[in-house]
Every structure is written in structure tokens, then in C-alpha cells.
Ligand binder design. Structure first.
Ligand SMILES: Nc1nc2c(c(=O)[nH]1)N[C@H]1C(S)=C(S)[C@@H](COP(=O)(O)OP(=O)(O)OC[C@H]3O[C@@H](n4cnc5c(=O)[nH]c(N)nc54)[C@H](O)[C@@H]3O)O[C@H]1N2
Ligand SMILES: Nc1nc2c(c(=O)[nH]1)N[C@H]1C(S)=C(S)[C@@H](COP(=O)(O)OP(=O)(O)OC[C@H]3O[C@@H](n4cnc5c(=O)[nH]c(N)nc54)[C@H](O)[C@@H]3O)O[C@H]1N2
Ligand SMILES: [Mo]
Length: 681
């Protein structure tokens, strides 16, 4: 039996073990210094394998974020109309919770109530624990949490059986690394350390990304393909692997299903065809295939950037099959990593945290978070069910991050929608709330973390008491449950009890407590002998094919005639999605919302570097500063995201122009499948 996690009493001064809560594959182990009851330093733990004492610029400013003068410190109640400038008054917790409970109880069909949350914190407790219990007990609609990774996740599950891949640390031993759809230096810094070690030991690094990122700058080669064409490139690589017989026939025969079908398909993709679809040269396709077919161990670091297009799921499937063709999986420094999160599945006990049985068999409709704009604007109907009447948002800023914001904003502005937002700050979403409830930050609460980049479980112990009147998400939902009159014992579980329920006995809590992390026991080369997590243990190649974008010159020529530029909106280095945009020191580094454009495209429009421009299409228009830049390839513009609308130029951001189409697998958004035109503002 695991011992109950007892939290060490808050130190007046000392060092506390923490974990970075952010939505990032690195999930760093933190060393938090407290002096006189105040956090004075947030550093990386030197002994933790992937953190190795270093933090990104953002999280090293975590104390600045927690003690930010604009932190929401008391419950706030709206006193202005939803279409007017937001005005709030301070109220007490009892009044706020009592009123919220009364409003929720007045809703006849609980399915008209919708939770909206994502990974503002990735903690198992402050994410979905008591919150999930609350909505299960209520019988609310369920949120399909697709906004980031579900296309790639579904693809990995279909191909390997789960979201699993090679170990982060063994990239240091690879001889060839393809960094594919990932700006690692910006968004996965602690992977880059291992890639850099490999580079110094003589490995070749190749970046595959429409944008010439800071990561591309540091690689030996950069292949700037058009957005959404990765599946075609993967098929072209397979064509060459077959043509030159750079195949591991034994591995294919013993560990892969559907190879013959995939082989037939790949043979239809000679380099010239691939080059035309991807907007690169046939020589680039041939050279990449030669490297991949002849250098070993070869590793692929795929990241979620490349799956934010219509064919994102199939593209991930095809790329995930490459190491099955060459047998790269045989070596621990070969294979592929998109996500490691599936390795935690046998150890986690999500049902114990969320208690789905509280729904007691009541119907539960699923609403996709990626089409929240449409969902909020939909009337009741036999297919849809009741109109959404109440929304409870935590750990997310949908008004800034969800696609097609004109509709999201319109939905949130509905006078008949009751919205509660649990937040640290007055985000664009909080601005449209009826109630804003102050939530604690990672310095102020207990949590447990898994990772989607490494394979360690981490503990985050609270370092300081809640700031102001803030309460943790778990505590807010506990008190809301009480206000609703839910008397089930599960709503009294403390965070310490939840922590104990979160994992099965396989996790060594003593190590977790004393060291701050605990590493999963895993094989070094997990698929050296096949043993994929599919039902028959074989990788599944059947059905994977190239799926073109919704919006591109090739797939939508009439639209492209009006909006000829493909726009991608990858993360800005000093923000974390829309988090940290309000931390001034970080915003100062980013400056303004930037749109990078190639010199030829700028010249064709008579646009000079530094001018204010509008990027627009039929959905909307947003204002940004033009950077004529070699980081953009011809025909593609890069609108760095995700700014708070109210802190960007002109009160909107890049999601003003993105659309609510969904991916081929996993019902995910297609942020990078978007055509625009750009003109002087
Ligand atoms: N600093 C920082 N770090 C972050 C985040 C952040 O916002 N800021 N976000 C976090 C989150 S939520 C996630 S999900 C992870 C991963 O987040 P990702 O969104 O994967 O982030 P990036 O690594 O920047 O990967 C995006 C890269 O994909 C490229 N790209 C866009 N379209 C295509 C395409 O069609 N094909 C290919 N090959 N490449 C394409 C972009 O130019 C960009 O360089 O990172 C996390 N880390
Ligand atoms: N155009 C475009 N749009 C994108 C993307 C893109 O690349 N381009 N990336 C997409 C991706 S990958 C993702 S993952 C989504 C991310 O979208 P979100 O998950 O909404 O992430 P954030 O914008 O970081 O907002 C998280 C919010 O949670 C709050 N928060 C943090 N910790 C806590 C806590 O303990 N309690 C409470 N109550 N609140 C907390 C933070 O203050 C912050 O405002 O955005 C997506 N949107
Ligand atoms: Mo994400």
C-alpha cells in the first residue's frame, strides 16, 4: 500500500520540491527557494535527468508571474453587459459560490452546463480530479479535449497502440536526428540539450519545418516544406527506401501489419511528385531518404506542430511507420518520439480521481472544445441537445486560443450565457465571465505530474500559502459541490488523499517524496522485438495515406486565388500558448504580434519591413507588425502566437483568421491549415 502523501508544513524559509505545471513536454523538476514566507527563486533541479538544473526563460520568471500585481486575488462579479467594457466588483467567496450554485440549479437540463478546461496546469489534482467529479455528479455535458494533441495521439494509438515512443535521453546517442514539425529550442528546450550532445558527437541534424526556426538555424539542413504536406514527404521517403532496398525485411515481416498495402501506396510517390506537392526539390527528397536509409541509429523527434492540419493524423501515422521500415527501433537511439504520455497509463488511476460512476448512467453528450465557437452559437435541437446555458472555465483561455475567435467571442458575449472562470489573471476569457474566481498557482498547491516528453512522475509540494483569497481548483470545486448540496464523501477528499488515489501501487511514493521524482521502469529499446502496444503486438500500417489540407493552392484553388498565402501560427518562444503574455519582461522580449513574410511576397504586395499590416480572410482580420524575414518561405506567412487579444495590436490575435475544421483523426483543430491575404493596415 502506498503511504498517504503528507505534505511537509510550509517552510518559513527553505527549499521546496516543485514541478513545472505547464503544457510542455519537458515537465521540469523545480527547486523553489522560500525566504521569509516568500518565493525568491525558481530554479531547475540539477539532479533531475532532463531538467539538469536549467529552466526556460519563462518559468525562471514563475515567481514574477505568481506575485504579479494584476493577479486576481478575490472573487469578482460582473456588473456590466457582456458587450460592454468589462466591469467587476469584489464579492466574498460565500456570496459568489452561493450565487453560482443557485444559477446552476436553475438550469433544468444539466447537459446545458459545460466545463471548459485544458492544460493551463498539467497537474493530476489541479487538472481534472474534484472538477471531473463535480461535473460527473452534475450530469453536465462532457468536453472533448482535442485542442492540442488528439490527431497525433489517435495516430500513435492506431499505429503503435498507444502514445509511446523512444526515450528522450537516448537521442544523445543518435547519429541522425530528424527534428520534424518542432521548434525544439523554443518549445522543447530540454530535448534540444540531448540533440546538441549528439550533434557535438558528430550526428547529423535535419529540421523539417515550413519556418526557418531558431532550431532550423542550428541544424545541418533545413527542409522548408509547405504546411500540411508531411504525409506526402513520408510516402516519398518510403518510395526511396523501397527503391534502394534500405528496408529491414525481417523487422517488417515479424512486427508490422499492412506493409504490402503501404508499399503499393508508397510506390505511387516518386520524388518528383513529392517535390511538387511539398514545394521542395526532388533532390531534397532523395537526400533525406538516403540519410534516413543509411545512417544508424536514426531518430525522429516529431512534435505536435505538424499535425495541426486536416491530414495531421495520417501524416503522423506515416512518419511513425518510417522506423518500422528501416528497423530503427532495434536500437535504443533509434525510433521516434512524439509523446511519452502513454507509458504512464498502467500506473495512473484516472477513474479513481474522476469517479465516472457519479454520472449514474445519465446521458452525456460530448462537445468538442475545438469548435466551441459553433457550439456556443447553436440552438437546441434533436441532434445537438439543449443550448449551452452555462460554462465553467478553468486551466484554459479559450477566447484567445480557440480557432475562429470572431465566433468564440460572439458565443461568450451571449447575454443568456452564464460563465464562471477560475483564473490567475483577467484573461480575454475572464473579461467575458459573470464570475471570476481566484485560483492558486503552482507555488501554492500540491500536485502530481506525469510528462509527455520524459518518463518520470514528479511531485509539486506547496511552497507558500495561497496569495490573497485564492483557492486551488480542487478546493473551489469542493466548495462548489457543497454549495450545490452534493453530500457524497468523495467531495471531502483532501489533496493529500487525491494524491494517493492518483497512482497505482506500482509508483514508489517514498522515492517521489524524498527525491521529488520517480522514473518509470521501462525497456531501453521498447520495440526492438516488436511488442507494440496494439492488440497483436504488431505496428499497424494499413490505411495510412496522404490527406491534403482544407485550404491550399492545390486543394482549394478558388479560395487561394483570393487568399494566396498559407498561414501558420506557431508558438512565440517567450509565451506558453497564451500564458505569460501578461508578464511584462517576457512581453517586452516578444515586442508585438509579428507576421513573418518572405521578401518576394512582401515585394509583390509593396510591403516594407516593420509596417503594420492586416492578415485577413472571410472569417476575420487581425492587425500585426510585418517582419520581412528569411524565417518565412515564399507563399507561407508565420503569425507568431498566441497573444492575448487585448494586449495585441487592434484587440485581436491570430485566431481571428483560423477556422473550425477538424483533423482526419482525433477531431483536432487545424490551426496551420489556413489561407490569408496580407495588406497594409
Ligand atoms: N515556448 C513555448 N513552448 C511551448 C509552447 C509554447 O507556446 N511556447 N507550447 C507547448 C505546447 S501546448 C505544445 S503542444 C508543445 C508542442 O508545441 P508545438 O505546437 O509542436 O510547438 P513547436 O515545437 O513550436 O512546433 C511547431 C512547429 O511546427 C512547425 N509547423 C507548422 N506547420 C507545420 C507543418 O505542416 N509541417 C511541419 N513539418 N511543421 C510545421 C512550425 O513552424 C513550428 O516550428 O510545446 C509546448 N512548448
Ligand atoms: N493559432 C494557434 N492557436 C493555438 C495554438 C497554436 O499553435 N496556434 N496552440 C494550441 C495548443 S497546442 C494548445 S495546448 C492550446 C492551449 O490553450 P490553453 O490550454 O487555454 O492554454 P493557455 O493559453 O496557456 O491558458 C491556460 C490558462 O490557464 C490558467 N491556469 C494555469 N494554471 C492554473 C490553475 O492552477 N488553475 C486555474 N484555474 N487556472 C490556471 C492560466 O492562467 C492561463 O490563462 O492553444 C491552442 N491554440
Ligand atoms: Mo499544446
Amino acid at each position: 500500500m502506498n503511504s498517504v502523501i503528507a505534505v511537509t508544513p510550509l517552510p518559513q524559509s527553505g527549499v521546496v520540491k516543485g514541478a513545472c505545471p505547464h503544457d510542455c513536454p519537458d515537465t521540469c523538476a523545480l527547486r523553489i527557494t522560500v525566504e521569509d514566507g516568500r518565493v525568491t527563486k525558481v530554479q531547475g533541479q540539477a539532479e533531475h535527468g532532463s531538467t539538469h538544473g536549467a529552466l526556460c526563460t519563462k518559468v525562471s520568471r514563475y515567481a514574477e508571474r505568481s506575485y504579479h500585481p494584476e493577479r486576481v486575488l478575490h472573487p469578482l462579479k460582473r456588473v456590466s453587459g457582456k458587450q460592454e467594457a468589462p466591469r467587476f466588483v469584489r464579492v466574498g467567496w460565500a456570496e459568489a459560490l452561493g450565487d453560482i450554485a443557485a444559477r446552476l440549479k436553475a438550469i433544468a437540463d444539466p447537459q446545458a452546463i459545460l466545463p471548459y478546461s485544458y492544460a493551463g496546469t498539467m497537474g493530476l489534482l489541479q487538472g481534472e480530479s474534484i472538477a471531473a467529479r463535480f461535473f460527473n455528479k452534475l450530469g453536465a455535458s462532457q468536453l472533448e479535449r482535442t485542442i492540442c494533441a488528439s490527431a497525433g495521439g489517435a495516430a500513435l494509438a492506431a499505429t503503435y497502440g498507444h502514445k509511446v515512443g523512444m526515450h528522450l535521453r537516448f537521442f544523445a546517442e543518435s547519429r541522425l536526428i530528424l527534428i520534424w514539425g518542432s521548434n525544439s529550442i523554443a518549445s522543447n528546450l530540454h530535448f534540444w540539450t540531448f540533440a546538441n550532445q549528439a550533434k557535438r558527437a558528430g550526428a547529423k541534424l535535419i529540421c523539417i519545418d515550413p519556418r526557418k526556426t531558431e532550431t532550423a538555424d542550428k541544424c545541418h539542413q533545413h527542409i522548408a516544406l509547405l504546411p500540411g504536406t508531411d504525409g506526402a514527404l513520408a510516402l516519398g521517403l518510403m518510395h526511396e527506401l523501397i527503391a534502394h532496398d534500405w528496408l529491414d525485411h525481417d523487422y517488417l515481416a515479424r512486427h508490422v501489419d499492412g506493409w504490402q498495402e503501404l508499399r503499393e501506396r508508397a510506390l505511387q510517390w516518386p520524388p518528383e511528385r513529392v517535390a511538387e506537392v511539398c514545394g521542395i526539390t526532388a533532390a531534397e527528397v532523395r537526400g533525406l531518404a538516403r540519410d534516413y536509409g543509411t545512417i544508424a541509429p536514426a531518430a525522429i523527434r516529431l512534435n505536435y506542430g505538424m499535425q495541426r492540419v486536416r491530414g495531421g493524423g495520417n501524416a503522423v501515422r506515416l512518419i511513425a511507420l518510417l522506423p518500422c521500415l528501416t528497423g530503427a527501433w532495434r536500437q535504443r537511439a533509434g525510433g521516434l518520439l512524439l509523446s511519452s504520455s502513454g507509458w504512464f497509463a498502467p500506473h495512473k488511476n484516472v477513474d479513481a480521481l474522476e469517479l465516472p460512476q457519479l454520472r449514474a448512467g445519465r446521458p452525456s453528450r460530448l462537445i468538442n472544445m475545438s469548435t466551441i465557437g459553433d457550439a456556443l452559437l447553436r440552438e437546441a435541437g434533436p441532434e445537438f441537445g439543449p443550448k449551452v446555458e452555462a460554462l465553467i472555465v478553468y486551466n484554459s483561455n479559450p477566447v484567445a486560443v480557440a480557432p475562429e475567435s470572431p465566433k468564440v467571442v460572439q458565443g461568450f458575449q451571449r447575454a443568456d450565457l452564464f460563465t464562471v472562470v477560475l483564473e490567475h489573471f483577467m484573461t480575454d476569457t475572464a473579461d467575458l465571465a459573470d464570475y471570476v474566481l481566484p485560483a492558486t498557482t503552482q507555488l501554492e498547491h500540491l500536485d502530481l505530474h506525469t510528462s509527455y516528453g520524459h518518463t518520470d512522475v514528479l511531485i509539486n509540494e506547496p511552497a507558500i500559502a495561497p496569495v490573497g483569497e485564492a483557492k486551488s481548483n480542487t478546493q473551489i470545486f469542493r466548495e462548489l459541490a457543497a454549495a450545490m448540496g452534493f453530500s457524497d464523501a468523495c467531495f471531502a477528499d483532501t489533496d493529500e488523499q487525491l494524491a494517493r488515489q492518483a497512482f497505482r501501487d506500482s509508483v514508489d511514493f517514498e522515492a517521489l517524496r524524498s527525491q521529488g521524482w520517480w522514473s518509470l521502469p521501462l525497456a531501453e529499446a521498447p520495440f526492438a522485438e516488436g511488442q507494440f502496444l496494439t492488440p497483436n503486438g504488431r505496428a499497424q500500417a494499413g490505411g495510412a495515406d496522404f490527406v491534403p489540407n482544407y485550404e491550399s493552392a492545390r486543394s482549394a484553388p478558388a479560395l487561394a486565388a483570393r487568399y494566396p498565402l498559407a498561414m501558420i501560427s506557431p508558438p512565440a518562444r517567450n509565451f506558453l500558448n497564451s500564458s505569460f503574455v501578461n508578464v511584462k519582461s517576457l512581453r517586452d522580449i516578444e515586442g508585438e504580434p509579428l507576421l513573418e513574410m518572405h521578401a518576394d511576397d512582401a515585394a509583390a504586395r509593396g510591403l516594407a519591413d516593420g509596417t503594420m499590416v492586416r492578415a485577413f480572410n472571410d472569417r476575420g482580420s487581425y492587425l500585426c507588425r510585418l517582419a520581412v524575414s528569411a524565417r518565412a518561405r515564399p507563399g507561407v506567412v508565420n503569425g507568431l502566437g498566441v497573444w492575448w487579444r487585448k494586449l495585441g495590436a487592434g484587440g485581436s490575435n491570430v485566431n481571428e483568421v483560423t477556422h473550425q475544421g477538424l483533423t482526419d483523426m482525433g477531431h483536432a483543430p487545424v490551426f496551420y491549415d489556413c489561407l490569408v491575404e496580407v495588406a497594409a493596415a
